[in-house]
Design a protein around this ligand. Structure first.
Ligand SMILES: *[C@@H]1O[C@H](CO)[C@@H](O)[C@H](O)[C@H]1NC(C)=O
Ligand SMILES: *[C@@H]1O[C@H](CO)[C@@H](O)[C@H](O)[C@H]1NC(C)=O
Ligand SMILES: *[C@@H]1O[C@H](CO)[C@@H](O)[C@H](O)[C@H]1NC(C)=O
Ligand SMILES: *[C@@H]1O[C@H](CO)[C@@H](O)[C@H](O)[C@H]1NC(C)=O
Ligand SMILES: *[C@@H]1O[C@H](CO)[C@@H](O)[C@H](O)[C@H]1NC(C)=O
Ligand SMILES: *[C@@H]1O[C@H](CO)[C@@H](O)[C@H](O)[C@H]1NC(C)=O
Ligand SMILES: *[C@@H]1O[C@H](CO)[C@@H](O)[C@H](O)[C@H]1NC(C)=O
Ligand SMILES: *[C@@H]1O[C@H](CO)[C@@H](O)[C@H](O)[C@H]1NC(C)=O
Ligand SMILES: *[C@@H]1O[C@H](CO)[C@@H](O)[C@H](O)[C@H]1NC(C)=O
Length: 664
């Protein structure tokens, strides 16, 4: 009997702790239909929750979480529920709600950061009449807050399955943030909250969450104790979700609660959904010994890259951090990961370079976009800019195909005239422009490795993406006799769905080379025998009328389809006698090919391409998944009141009371 009472006591105590402790640190709730095309009167909806907790909260048992919990995907025992809060009769959303027991994704074992984060996906079949507010409301927020410390939390999302004017089922916006972002106090800060939407044409706006349950879109208190949690002078720009503020006090957290909402068009008066995002800022004063430069995360994959990854194949990603001062030590790398991703310890392979290796084998249930973010912190509390990448699970990034001399994928290779302007390269799947600026294609002088001309694929209008092919119209006078090679940044060829999964970077100088015919010397010297400098050029067959045919034009006669090394006399003869006819044939082929000649008008093509993407987007909804948030807890002093003493006393009193009740 005593044992049973003891068990009951333990369970009640655990429940009490779980629901009542001051341990909430924010989160994100979003959703999407598995298939946005309506069929029947209901739809399967994937709902994503992600929450951040105090790792060393009294409700968790020491030694608290470790990286082993990340690897074994331990549940975070916060046994509560996300319930329906408004207009619930319009749906069959379960009255008990969805569990808030999360799968551990990130655990910061470092004693100065202490965070435990997890995420959870649930699929519900709901009627299309569903127009409800769902949310997680409980108590309490962490205590060391500028406003709202120790008070109740409320995080709510509007789930409206009424069909959009275009006839599809809506998907909520997706967002991504550092749950704790460090800013120096008394400094004007401009902070951008990222927001995106799978429905590419939607207009996104963000606003403060508020407690006006009678008048706000969600019809419930959206933020509990942390409404207006930032200094009152903070300004938010709705259209780009930019916050401007100054943090007044050091060593304190500031809670921020926003709703991101999607409108069908700029004339729509009410949004179609409302995604909550709650996270923290932390104010600090830089110590006197601090480096003047913050650490930065560098590497092949740039910030905000999107990478297609297959299911079931282990991914190894190395994060590289650069520091700038002697003694500047990376003490922690705070991460936000999809479940199943594990993190190595931080190593210091060479001076000023620090690395962490991520390994992850995506599973089928993770199909769609999965966000990862990291931020590095040095021993003077300087935080790097966040480095975030999106993995598009079950989607292959386009791969640029290595040019070969015969039937090559790139054109031209071999020897070309100095007036060569058209270049093209093929990828393994349909390509589009990258979504980021700063993805360059560069032509280098092979003698010096100096880049002679670069174009930014983010916007350069002389780069044209068509089907699997990218055409580069280069405006450069090549120097006769010189050899050039081409490099391409990560994402130069990007996929055409959602976040545009990126091709790998090409930095190998032998990947794509060509040399410039020099009339002055080629008649007397023999050319080298390396493949890309042979005097004879091959291209793909010109028998089709597809756009690619046009793009194979090298300006030089193709006298053979076999790679061969000729002596200079042959080359010279070949060039001078047949060049004109080649040019002519290229012209002919451009005249006979159909509307695909639009390739010559980059702007038009770009517009057409955007439409295609917009139309295609709903088709690819199935691959989309809300990008989840990022865990970023960091504290440079141990927050002594992380556990509210009054609260601990209350718990002790409660425990004693229970013991008295059950003592019999
Ligand atoms: C409640 O649900 C009904 C049925 O879907 C919908 O017509 C109505 O607009 C909803 N009310 C609110 C306040 O959202
Ligand atoms: C956000 O929009 C405002 C108003 O249009 C503009 O002044 C500001 O520069 C924008 N911020 C960013 C980061 O784009
Ligand atoms: C990642 O590393 C593992 C173990 O070293 C290896 O088996 C796997 O092939 C690697 N994955 C990739 C994509 O290189
Ligand atoms: C950071 O750590 C290094 C090595 O331990 C030390 O030399 C340096 O003084 C520390 N810097 C600060 C600001 O604490
Ligand atoms: C390029 O130069 C070659 C040889 O000098 C010439 O035959 C050809 O017409 C030129 N092409 C263009 C487009 O100017
Ligand atoms: C990219 O750069 C171009 C030209 O500087 C600019 O017009 C465009 O707004 C930039 N785009 C982004 C996403 O920064
Ligand atoms: C150019 O780069 C290649 C490969 O990185 C290197 O082998 C070569 O020495 C470099 N040449 C010059 C002049 O720097
Ligand atoms: C080509 O480059 C030159 C100088 O670099 C510039 O004056 C000219 O306008 C460019 N032509 C085109 C079509 O971009
Ligand atoms: C080089 O030219 C000579 C004649 O000048 C010819 O006999 C020989 O076959 C040529 N070599 C090649 C590889 O074409």
């Amino acid at each position: 009997m005593k044992l049973i009472w003891y068990l009951v006591l333990v369970i009640l105590y655990a429940l009490y702790n779980t629901i009542e402790g001051a341990h909430f640190r924010g989160g994100i709730i979003s959703w999407r239909p598995l298939n946005s095309t309506p069929s029947g009167s209901s739809a399967s909806i994937l709902i994503h929750q992600r929450y951040f907790w105090n790792r060393e909260w009294s409700g968790f048992t020491p030694p608290y979480c470790t990286e082993a919990d990340v690897a074994s995907q331990t549940s975070i025992p916060v046994n509560s529920y996300m319930t329906c809060l408004s207009n619930c009769s319009s749906s069959t959303y379960p009255s008990s709600g969805l569990s808030t027991v999360m799968t551990t994704t990130d655990c910061d074992q470092n004693t100065i950061i202490e965070s435990w984060a997890g995420e959870r996906y649930d699929t519900l079949t709901l009627p299309l009449t569903t127009s409800i507010t769902i949310g997680f409301q409980s108590s309490a927020w962490m205590t060391a807050l500028y406003i709202g410390g120790g008070q109740s939390w409320s995080i709510v999302n509007r789930l409206n399955l009424g069909l959009r004017p275009d006839g599809y089922i809506n998907s909520s916006p997706v967002t991504n943030t550092l749950p704790v972002v460090f800013y120096q106090i008394n400094t004007q800060v401009v902070h951008v909250v990222q927001m995106a939407d799978n429905d590419a044409t939607d207009i996104l706006q963000c606003r403060w969450s508020n407690s006006a349950s009678g008048s706000n879109y969600n019809r419930v208190d959206e933020c509990g104790g942390i409404c207006s949690g930032l200094p009152s002078s903070t300004v938010v720009t709705a259209s780009n979700c930019t916050l401007s503020f100054t943090l007044p006090t050091a060593n304190l957290y500031y809670a921020c609660a926003l709703q991101i909402e999607d409108y069908y068009s700029s004339s729509s008066t009410s949004p179609m959904s409302s995604v909550p995002i709650q996270f923290l800022f932390y104010g600090y004063t830089a110590s006197s010994g601090a480096c003047s430069e913050r650490p930065s995360i560098i590497g092949d994959r740039p910030n905000r890259a999107c990478i297609g990854v297959p299911i079931g194949v282990q991914l190894n990603e190395t994060i590289i951090i650069q520091t700038y001062c002697p003694g500047q030590t990376i003490v922690d790398l705070v991460t936000s990961s999809p479940y199943g991703m594990t993190h190595s310890a931080i190593s210091n392979p060479s001076t000023n370079l620090w690395t962490m290796v991520l390994t992850w084998t995506p599973v089928a249930a993770q199909t769609g976009p999965q966000g990862f973010c990291a931020g590095a912190i040095d021993n003077s509390s300087l935080q790097s800019d966040p480095w975030c990448i999106t993995y598009l699970v079950d989607y292959d990034s386009p791969d640029l195909i290595r040019p070969t001399l015969v039937q090559g994928s790139a054109s031209p290779v071999g020897t070309v005239f100095s007036n060569q302007t058209l270049f093209s390269i093929e990828a393994s799947s349909t390509v589009g422009r990258p979504t980021r600026n700063g993805t360059d294609i560069c032509f280098h002088d092979a003698d010096t490795n100096v880049s002679v001309v670069c174009y930014d694929a983010g916007y350069a209008s002389n780069l044209v993406y068509t089907g699997n092919t990218i055409v580069i119209v280069a405006n450069y006078s090549w120097t006769p006799g010189k050899t050039y090679y081409v490099t391409m940044d990560s994402g130069f060829a990007s996929g055409s769905v959602f976040c545009h999964a990126e091709s790998s970077p090409i930095t190998d100088p032998t990947y794509w080379r060509f040399n410039i015919w020099d009339p002055a010397v080629s008649s007397t010297t023999t050319t080298t025998t390396t493949p890309f400098t042979t005097a004879t050029v091959t291209t793909r067959p010109t028998s089709t009328t597809s756009i690619n045919t046009l793009l194979t034009t090298t300006g030089i006669a193709l006298t053979t389809t076999t790679a061969m090394t000729t002596n200079a006399t042959t080359a010279s003869t070949s060039d001078s006698t047949t060049a004109a006819s080649t040019t002519a044939s290229a012209t002919t082929s451009s005249e006979t090919s159909e509307s695909t000649v639009a390739v010559m008008y980059p702007k038009d093509f770009e517009n057409a391409c955007q439409q295609t993407v917009a139309i295609m987007t709903p088709v690819f909804f199935i691959t989309l998944m809300p990008v989840h948030a990022v865990v970023m807890y960091a504290a440079f002093i141990k927050i002594s009141n992380m556990f509210n003493p009054a609260h601990i006393q209350a718990q002790a009193r409660h425990k004693r009371r229970l013991r008295r009740i059950f003592a019999a």
